[in-house]
Design a protein around this ligand. Structure first.
Ligand SMILES: C[S@@+](CC[C@H](N)C(=O)[O-])C[C@H]1O[C@@H](n2cnc3c(N)ncnc32)[C@H](O)[C@@H]1O
Length: 269
């Protein structure tokens, strides 16, 4: 069951206004009636989405409880998307300046204790900061490969004075040795970029589903300490894996919650 069409149009219109949070609550209420859940979606099965700082939340997990990490940390290049939505630039991300490197370092130190032996980690990153990320991550894990996400088409930027950016890197790392599932594949992953972005650095769910299938089995726990719009959690849910997503900004946390709920509604109809 999907939202009534008229409500969706209204929602698009106020997406970036200060009324959005109020409207989010109204939607939660409407959804709770639609799916006949007396507590409402914001209180159903959402304990695996945490609104908070991953440096505070990750240490609460039992040691060696995580089977796989797939994450996209703040890039450290003061990123702001050029793609516009509802005539307004998408906002800059929290922690997305130089302190991002310190954040990744501290996160890896915690993950090293919380992830099981013989497991995989994937870190999305940009070619601009790859060398710094590589130095940090290799202090905690073995870097096994540098995957290239080919986005099929190039993005914006200096249209005449530079080459169009068409790829992103994914650092593939391991704690111990785990065998990849399925056939041997190469390190270039071709997945079309998302055009209808609600989060400035939203990743394609299909690409993350592929990584999850290669590195986990059904029922295992996939964690994303920098959840954003929840792409990793949606992919894990689609592939029948357990998931935990942590996001520090309420706006993106609510977006992830909403996306997971609409995914659930689509699946049950
Ligand atoms: C690059 S984005 C992730 C986008 C995500 N892959 C997606 O598909 O939507 C990084 C996210 O990390 C969040 N973040 C920054 N610092 C954080 C922290 N200390 N704990 C948890 N989340 C944090 C930002 O708010 C941002 O939404």
């Amino acid at each position: 069951m999907s939202r009534p069409k008229e409500l969706n149009i209204r929602y698009e219109f106020v997406e970036n206004s200060e009324n959005k949070q109020r409207l989010d609550k109204v939607f939660d209420l409407i959804f709770s009636k639609i799916i006949n859940d007396p507590l409402g979606p914001s209180t159903t099965n959402d304990s695996n989405l945490i609104l908070g700082d991953c440096l505070v939340e990750l240490p609460k997990l039992p040691d060696k409880s995580i089977d796989c990490v797939i994450t996209d940390p703040p890039y450290g290049i003061d990123y702001q998307s050029n793609r516009r939505r509802v005539n307004e630039q998408l906002p800059k991300l929290q922690g997305d300046q130089d302190e991002a490197f310190d954040l990744v370092d501290k996160t890896c130190a915690i993950l090293e204790k919380k992830i099981k032996n013989n497991s995989h980690l994937y870190f999305f990153t940009s070619w601009k900061v790859y060398s710094r990320f590589e130095r940090i991550i290799s202090n905690y894990f073995e870097i096994k490969n540098l995957l290239v996400w080919d986005k099929v088409s190039h993005g914006m930027g200096d249209l005449k004075g530079n080459y169009g950016g068409r790829h992103e890197f994914i650092i593939f790392a391991a704690k111990g040795r785990r065998i990849l599932n399925g056939e041997r594949e190469d390190n270039i992953l071709v997945y079309s970029r998302n055009y209808n972005l609600e989060h400035p650095t939203e990743k394609p769910v299909g690409l993350i589903e592929k990584l999850i299938e290669k590195s986990t089995n059904e029922g295992e726990l996939v964690v994303d300490p920098f959840m954003g719009s929840g792409s990793t959690c949606i992919a894990a849910k689609n592939k029948n894996r357990k998931y935990l997503g942590i996001e520090v900004e309420e706006r993106w946390f609510n977006l992830a919650k909403r996306k997971l709920q609409s995914e659930l509604l689509t699946k049950t109809n």
